[in-house]
Structure formats: structure tokens, C-alpha cells
Design a protein around this ligand. Structure first.
Ligand code: GLY
Length: 370
């Protein structure tokens, strides 16, 4: 780390969230082994990562812990019951007991998958999340959601399992491939839309710097910290998504459907960008959302190189059908978290999600066709 990075690291922050320590600090990756020992004293660590992240970040952590490193193929295609079973069998074969701590190092796929292994292994062992992608740092690793995809849709089998700790090192963004940094920006934009208007405008003002290969430590830390603050604050108010946590699903109802239809060729963040524009359009059509918000979201997503239109290959009938099977659907009717204006969501009388006429939904989809 440079002197400037060290100074930034000192300005890190720690949050407490439903028993999890969430630590955000430039340079924090170097402390992953010590933190694991601190939050899971006397436990036997096992590190899980995909084969891309393994040599970059996970192997040094495993070496520092004197732990074994289990790997799987990178990509959403690994987030399956089969991969969950394979990793679980690896733990069973090693006769690991309840004194195991799983250390998940990587992006959202790794955190969800390894988190689900931890949630279910011997009815639950602790997990330390060490997110290395932007999506994982600001969203997936925080809040205790774990799970896998099925052929019926995304994240349909899983469990809430709060990590013992989440260790976020914004400087890891420097080694993240550009396409993944851009994709992660979609979740940051979401946090701006749902709860922090000034953060949204800050991103709009600093788009080029946020995408620069030599991302400064200050920019990286602000980008991650402001987003993590929103995520922590929302989950703190509603751990199990009975109400307010649903606002984090903005962009994800249509987003998950197009992500699934793309056979996961769209990265999660890319699908969320499309979903946010479509759902903001839906909110405008339904009369809940201030007109112009969908354009603002599309402009910022577009400026950051994210897709904002639904490909003609994805039929409206298929999108609608997938949304009926979404986790948020009730009685086969899709529900949407809709913005009122930048920084404020519709609370829908405490439900935080609204079921809307299918005709309106089809109109919104048509409005964001390429
Ligand atoms: N990713 C949405 C949530 O954690 O609730």
C-alpha cells in the first residue's frame, strides 16, 4: 500500500449488524486470517473460493490460516444444489465438526454458495465473508442471505445465515476486471435511488474516476462505504425481509427474470441495471414514481457502461411468467419495490412492495425494449 492508501485505511469503519461485524477498510484483506481467528476462536477454518479468486486472494488467506482451500469453477453456473452438495461432501469427507468456520473469499456467487454450505453444514457453522467483487462488497456478502439458483429461477433455495464477520477491502476493486466493477456499480446506483440521493449525484459526478483502472483509495472507500452504510441500515431495520428490506429488491424482480432468460450471460449487476430502469418506468406508469426518474437512472447506468434496455430475444410472456415464480410474488402475482423519487421508496403502507396490473407490467417492459 502507498502512504495515501495507509491514510485512507485508517479512515475505515466498522458496523454491527445482527451479530455480524461488518468492517470496511482499505487494505483490510491482509487482516482476514486474524479476524477469522478472532470471531471464530478455536474453530477449524476452511476457505472456499472460485478458481479465479483462489490464487489472487484466497490462497494467501488460507496459508495465513493454515487452512485448506476448496475451489469451484467461476460463474453463476456454479451456484447450484449440485455444487452445494459437492462442497458439503468435501467438508464431510474431512470429518469437519461443528467447530468449523467457513471463510468465503470472492464474489456474490461464492458468498451465496459457501454461505449456504455454512448455513446447512451440521445444521449451521459460522461463516466469514471476504467479498472481493463490488456486488459482493456492497450487497451480497452483507445481510445473511445465502442460497443457490434452480432451473426455475435465481436464489430460490437458500437460508438466512448471518456471517460472523464481513471483511471488505475497497482496494480489492483495483484487481477486479472492468466489466465486474461496472456491474457492481448497478447495486451502488440502487442504493442511491432507494436511500441516498446525494450518493447518486456523487456517482453521476465522478463516473469516469470510479471506472478508472487506477481507482484512488479515497474514491474506492467512499464508493464502498456509502453503499455499505445503506445496506446495513436497511437490513438492521428488517433482518428477514418482512417489510422495509424489500426496498433492496428494487430492479431485481424484472432484473432476475432477464438474468435467468439470458442464461446468466448478463452479469447480475447488468440485469439489475435493466431491471431498475424498467421498474422505475413501471412506477412512473403506475403513478407512484416522480416522472423523469427512469431517465435519470438510465442516464447514470448508461454513463457507467451498463445496459438499460431489454433484448428482443427475451419474450415479455417469459419475463412475466418468471416474475410469477419470483420469491417476492404472492399468489402468483409479482410484487415490486417502487421509488417515489431519488432517495425515497414507496412504503406501500408498510408492505414496501406493490402488485400491479399485468397490462402495466407489459407496458413497462415494452417501454424499455431495445
Ligand atoms: N440483495 C438484497 C438483500 O440482501 O436483501
Amino acid at each position: 500500500m502507498t502512504e495515501r492508501d495507509v491514510a485512507t485505511a485508517e479512515r475505515g469503519r466498522e458496523f454491527a449488524l445482527h451479530g455480524a461485524r461488518v468492517i470496511v477498510r482499505a487494505g483490510a484483506l491482509a487482516d482476514a486470517a486474524a479476524l477469522t481467528r478472532e470471531v471464530a476462536p478455536g474453530c477449524r477454518p476452511i476457505v472456499i473460493a472460485d478458481t479465479t479468486v483462489a490464487p489472487l486472494h484466497a490462497a494467501p488467506i488460507a496459508a495465513a490460516l493454515g487452512a485448506e482451500l476448496l475451489t469451484f469453477a467461476p460463474g453463476e453456473a456454479s451456484k447450484t444444489r449440485q455444487q452445494w452438495a459437492a462442497l458439503t461432501d468435501e467438508l464431510l469427507a474431512r470429518q469437519l465438526g461443528r467447530d468449523t468456520v467457513v471463510v468465503a473469499v470472492g464474489g456474490g456467487v461464492c458468498g451465496d454458495l459457501a454461505g449456504f454450505v455454512a448455513a446447512t453444514y451440521l445444521r449451521g457453522v459460522p461463516v466469514v465473508q471476504v467479498p472481493t467483487s463490488l456486488v459482493a462488497m456492497i450487497d451480497a456478502a452483507i445481510g445473511g442471505k445465502t442460497g443457490v439458483d434452480t432451473r426455475h429461477g435465481k436464489n430460490l433455495v437458500g437460508a438466512f445465515h448471518q456471517p460472523a464477520a464481513v471483511l471488505v477491502d475497497p482496494l480489492a476493486l483495483r484487481t477486479l476486471p472492468d466489466v465486474h466493477r461496472r456491474a457492481g456499480m448497478a447495486e451502488a446506483i440502487k442504493h442511491g435511488v432507494i436511500a441516498d440521493e446525494s450518493y447518486f449525484h456523487w456517482m453521476a459526478a465522478h463516473g469516469a474516476a470510479l471506472l478508472a483502472p487506477a481507482l484512488s483509495a479515497e474514491m474506492a472507500q467512499r464508493l464502498v462505504l456509502d453503499s455499505v452504510a445503506v445496506k446495513v441500515q436497511v437490513v438492521a431495520s428488517d433482518e428477514r425481509e418482512g417489510g422495509r428490506r424489500k426496498i433492496l429488491n428494487f430492479g431485481h424482480t424484472i432484473g432476475h427474470a432477464v438474468e435467468h432468460l439470458s442464461k446468466y450471460e448478463l452479469l447480475h449487476g447488468e440485469a439489475v441495471a435493466i431491471g431498475m430502469v424498467a421498474e422505475a418506468r413501471l412506477g412512473e406508469l403506475a403513478g407512484y414514481t416522480l416522472p423523469g426518474l427512469a431517465d435519470d437512472v438510465a442516464a447514470l447506468c448508461g454513463a457507467l457502461g451498463l445496459p438499460v434496455t431489454i433484448d428482443a430475444a427475451f419474450a415479455s410472456d417469459d419475463i412475466v411468467a418468471l416474475m410469477r415464480g419470483d420469491k417476492k410474488a404472492r399468489g402468483g402475482v409479482a410484487a415490486f419495490a417502487l421509488p417515489l423519487r431519488l432517495g425515497e421508496m414507496n412504503d406501500a403502507d408498510g408492505c414496501y412492495a406493490l402488485s400491479l396490473d399485468e397490462s402495466l407490467l407489459r407496458e413497462a417492459i415494452a417501454a424499455v425494449r431495445s
